[in-house]
Design a protein around this ligand. Structure first.
Ligand code: NAD
Length: 351
């Protein structure tokens, strides 16, 4: 295997390239920060048109993990592994052997787990070559396994807090429009229904929608119309970049809070929400339940410890929203600045 290390001009730490001719694996491990602890973040297996696109994605995702981990109060920095998915068939086990060897070679600076395109089975294959991996099945009562129920819980608790602060009401009686009822969206809908919220839901999977209509009495809506639904809260739980210059004029909700990553297409879109009086709960802050569970698994903590940490997500959100209203800065920038400050202070302590 050929590996190389480089430091990108505007990147704080390192890029480790993976290029294994025998298996055809090409990838990169981006470490954005280890100031708070080892860089933690999953491995994405995805089609990229070029190595440049792959590296750019890894850098963006690693930075996002640094911010997410910092605001979640975790003793971890941020990193991400990205592998290029071949267009044809490929030897999956060989792929994750190569990833495991690359992670092991970093000696614990980076800890991997699942992300888009990778599974528990893949992490089992990685585990054969390194111990710097999480996202595996663990004993009852111990942290581990599917992170999405924890993500759903964190988003739900955050939504309650944000609704109280920006709409002056608990979620009971409010209408929440949910885009995407997969693992996170479904868990969140169940908690919302239990708390007395009304639900409007949309998903490209008709089966998922029908199931929740039956189970929770949710109202189904077309995927093209959910952004503009007559609702108090819009909860993106499917795709990134759904808040953009085309969608913002359609939004009728006064609060956006959901589980999807990278909801704002650009930073400018966060300013536009603020100009229109739409409150925004920063995505990486409210959806940290999953990484909290992954981190706890790695630290061999219990599910009770995960629950306690997830329950503290709304405290941080309250800080962000209060500072936003005091300073006039939009919440997405307040959250970024807060995360950067936590990382910078830790870095200063290390030096
Ligand atoms: P998932 O694949 O289980 O669910 C996504 C759902 O969105 C699917 O049901 C899919 O059919 C639906 N969908 C796709 N395109 C759609 C569209 N145009 N309109 C409406 N629905 C559409 O994924 P998930 O694990 O529930 O994750 C959802 C989001 O939350 C993703 O952005 C993910 O990155 C983010 N996230 C997940 C976790 C986690 O713990 N799973 C943690 C942090 C962030």
């Amino acid at each position: 295997m050929v590996t190389g290390t480089a430091v990108a001009a505007n990147f704080q730490e390192q890029l480790h390239y993976i290029d294994d001719e025998a298996s055809g694996v090409r990838g990169v491990i981006a470490i954005h920060s280890t100031a708070l602890g080892p860089a933690a973040g999953g491995c994405r297996l995805w089609h990229y048109d070029s190595d440049q696109d792959m590296s750019a994605d890894a850098i963006r995702l690693a930075r996002g993990m640094s911010y997410k981990n910092a605001l979640a109060g975790l003793p971890f920095g941020g990193g991400k592994a990205v592998l290029r998915r071949p267009s044809g068939a490929f030897d999956r086990k060989a792929f994750f052997r190569v990833l495991g060897e690359a992670v092991e070679a970093l000696g614990g600076q980076y800890i991997t787990a699942e992300d888009v395109g990778t599974s528990v089975g893949d992490m089992k294959a990685v585990r054969e070559h390194t111990s710097y991996v999480a996202g595996l099945v663990t004993a009852r009562g111990m942290a581990g396994g599917d992170p999405s129920p924890w993500t759903a819980l964190g988003v739900f608790l955050s939504m309650r807090e944000a609704a109280r602060m920006s709409l002056g009401s608990d979620v009971a009686g409010l209408t929440v429009a949910v885009q995407g009822v997969g693992n996170v969206g479904t868990g969140m809908c169940r908690l919302l229904a239990e708390a007395g919220a009304k639900l409007i839901i949309a998903d490209v999977s008709r089966d998922r929608v029908n199931d929740l209509v039956q189970e929770l009495g949710a109202v189904a809506m077309d995927t093209d119309e959910i952004v503009g639904a007559e609702a108090d809260i819009f909860a993106p739980c499917a795709l990134g970049a759904v808040i953009n210059e085309r969608s913002i004029p359609q939004i009728k909700a006064r609060l956006i809070c959901g589980g999807a990553n990278n909801q704002l297409a650009t930073l400018e879109d966060g300013f536009e929400l603020q100009r229109r009086g739409i409150a925004y709960a920063p995505d990486y802050l409210v959806n940290a339940g999953g990484i909290i569970n992954v981190a706890a698994e790695y630290l061999r903590e219990t599910t009770d410890e995960v629950r306690e940490r997830v329950a503290r997500i709304p405290d941080r959100l309250r800080e962000v929203l209060l500072l936003s209203s005091q300073t006039g800065q939009p919440p997405h920038l307040v959250a970024d600045a807060m995360a950067e400050q936590i990382i910078t202070s830790a870095r200063a302590e290390v030096v």
